[in-house]
Design a protein around this ligand. Structure first.
Ligand code: FAD
Length: 255
């Protein structure tokens, strides 16, 4: 079956390809997500085992075309023989979500690997600010699991559903949920509060600026990500000139 222009471009760019076989499936997060464990006949590429790594999975549409969709590696077996992907079962006829709804053990998927930039903590960061909706939830969990114990985390979850109860407990971590309409304001407020406390701390012990700053990672629906990116750029409390924000899906078109 043809992978069309997307497949031709990925071939041209020498994307690595391999196949995954569904080993088992399990509903999680109160049935909103389906976690699928995949095995591979070949050794899995090392890059998959870094926090928030992602792969391009190929699905068949109802018209018989093959299309690729990006998904995060949500976890893996200690011996690295399997990886897990958590699919948000959004209620549309998207080929990826529809496949995840009905898939059974033994099903096979083609995978392309290109462009995955795993999360790397800025070495000076005082803490991490994470924002994400249901599609970014697997990455948020993977990032939190990768953080050293002394790193603070402020997590703002958004989307149609509050998944905060499904974030494993971690010291020095605040987790909040806000619905989509209030998430950008909430994010701005969170950055303002961090900045206020940075200024207060500074007056107290006059620490150097670099280790007062926070690392920012955000992903979700594309129009929200535009607003989040703008708010992040206006803030004085984030490490990077260009915070790590990424559109994971669009209300108006397929990304
Ligand atoms: C790097 C990266 C990592 C990602 N990781 C994950 C992951 O781990 N888990 C995960 O579930 N998703 C993840 N996503 C998002 C996922 O790729 C998109 O949601 C994708 O569009 C789903 O494909 P689909 O075939 O189901 O729907 P599509 O064919 O893309 O879209 C069909 C319709 O559904 C709508 N739609 C798509 N996604 C959603 C949604 N989340 N909520 C409501 N409506 C939607 C579209 O607007 C469109 O109208 C990731 C995306 C990127 C870029």
């Amino acid at each position: 079956m043809s992978k069309g222009v997307q497949g031709a471009v990925l071939r041209l760019l020498r994307a690595e390809t391999f196949r995954l076989r569904v080993k088992s499936t399990m509903l999680e997060c109160g049935g909103l997500m389906k976690r699928i464990t995949f095995s591979s006949p070949d050794e899995l590429p090392a890059v998959l085992f870094e926090p928030a790594a992602w792969i391009r999975l190929w699905f068949r549409t109802s018209e018989g075309r093959e299309v690729q969709r990006a998904y995060t590696v949500a976890g893996y077996a200690p011996d690295r023989s399997t990886i897990d992907v958590s699919f948000y079962l959004h209620q549309t006829s998207g080929p990826a979500a529809a496949w995840a709804q009905r898939v059974r053990s033994g099903a096979m998927l083609d995978v392309s690997l290109l462009g995955s930039r795993p999360f790397h903590l800025d070495e000076w960061a005082k803490g991490v600010v994470l924002l994400g909706d249901e599609t970014a939830f697997p990455a948020v969990r993977a990032i939190l699991a990768s953080l050293p114990d002394d790193i603070e985390a402020r997590v703002l979850l958004t989307g149609e559903h509050d998944l905060s109860a499904f974030i494993p407990t971690r010291q020095r971590t605040d987790v909040h949920y806000l619905p989509v309409q209030r998430a950008t304001h909430g994010f701005e407020r969170m950055l303002r509060e961090l900045d206020d406390s940075r200024i207060r701390d500074r007056a107290a012990d006059n620490r150097v600026a670099a280790d007062e700053l926070w690392h920012c990672w955000a992903a979700g629906e594309s129009s929200m990500m535009r607003a989040v990116r703008a708010a992040a750029k206006r803030s004085n409390v984030l490490c990077e000139q260009k915070p790590s924000t990424r559109s994971y899906w669009s209300r108006h078109r397929v990304i």
